[in-house]
Design a protein around this ligand. Structure first.
Ligand SMILES: Nc1ncnc2c1ncn2[C@@H]1O[C@H](COP(=O)(O)OP(=O)(O)OP(=O)(O)O)[C@@H](O)[C@H]1O
Length: 259
């Protein structure tokens, strides 16, 4: 039986009074799922994650975590309830070591540190070897790995990732998508917002296309990637879309094997 970990229902939210950015947005994540949010610039993708994470005023609608109402809770409460968030920018403390960054991730429950450190270094052995290295000295992709690991230190019910591939080179983007798959395969439910729509849909179980603050389309990653309407409106032309998807898929199939 499926179990819904996160659900937004008819969410209306915005930054400035009288200006709504989300206009009735309903999405859900089942336990163990990797769900992607794609859509044009300004559609409200990042705003959706920020609204879930208590950083945007919610005017109406509801957010539930594991069946309990979390609408309007502030970020620190949400973290202790089981929401992990990796913002797009400034998501590591550059002057701290990797280990100190991970400690910051478990500051609400320091007793969990040892066990969770084992969990994240099992997922990413490279982290375990470099615990004393300063986060500021890492590549963009490695920093993203630290940021995601930091959010995993509280053993979240759901991990929210805001455009994790933004600003990374194509190779680092590939590494980041592989790392997200690794996290999800370890049983973590993930909601990811991405501008790199095709690449995100390749790794997602399900996805939503957000348009003007509404969930305009939803389906499996494959369905959305092959839906002519979605391709035409959001992924480029049909032919180019299919060509690119095939090339990306071939590349994706190669990458994990070459690690
Ligand atoms: N802090 C803010 N204050 C006021 N308006 C904001 C703020 N952040 C975002 N917006 C506005 O909200 C709208 C949606 O922005 P959002 O970042 O959620 O879009 P997005 O779908 O993530 O797009 P992109 O892919 O370009 O980041 C935009 O019109 C943006 O200008």
């Amino acid at each position: 039986m499926t179990e819904t970990v996160l659900r937004t229902t008819d969410l209306v939210a915005g930054y400035i009074p009288g200006v709504d950015i989300l206009n009735g947005c309903s999405v859900y994540v089942e336990k163990g799922e990797l769900v992607g949010i794609i859509g044009p610039n300004g559609a409200g993708k990042s705003t959706l994650l920020k609204a879930i994470f208590g950083q945007v005023n919610i005017r109406s609608g509801a957010i539930e975590l594991n069946g309990g109402d979390i609408t309007g809770l502030k970020a620190d409460k949400l973290v202790s309830r089981g929401v992990g968030m990796v913002p797009q920018n400034n998501n590591v403390f550059p002057s701290l070591t990797i280990e100190e960054n991970l400690e910051m991730g478990s500051y609400q429950k320091p007793k969990m540190f040892k066990e969770r450190l084992e969990f994240v270094t099992d997922l990413f052995p490279e982290l375990g070897k470099r615990l004393k290295q300063r986060a500021g000295a890492l590549s963009g992709g490695e920093r993203q790995m630290v940021a995601m690991s930091r959010a995993l230190m509280m053993d979240p019910s759901v991990l929210l990732l805001d455009e994790p591939s933004a600003g990374l080179s194509p190779v680092r983007q590939d590494e980041t998508f592989i790392n997200i798959s690794i996290i999800n395969k370890a049983g973590v439910s993930v909601l990811i917002v991405e501008q790199n729509a095709r690449r995100a849909l390749q790794i997602c179980d399900r996805g939503y296309v957000l348009d003007q603050g509404r969930d305009a389309y939803s389906g499996s990653g494959r369905e959305l990637m092959n839906d002519p309407k979605v391709i035409e409106l959001y992924l480029g032309t049909l032919a180019a879309g299919q060509e690119k998807a095939t090339a990306d898929k071939a590349k994706a199939a190669e990458l994990p094997a070459t690690e």
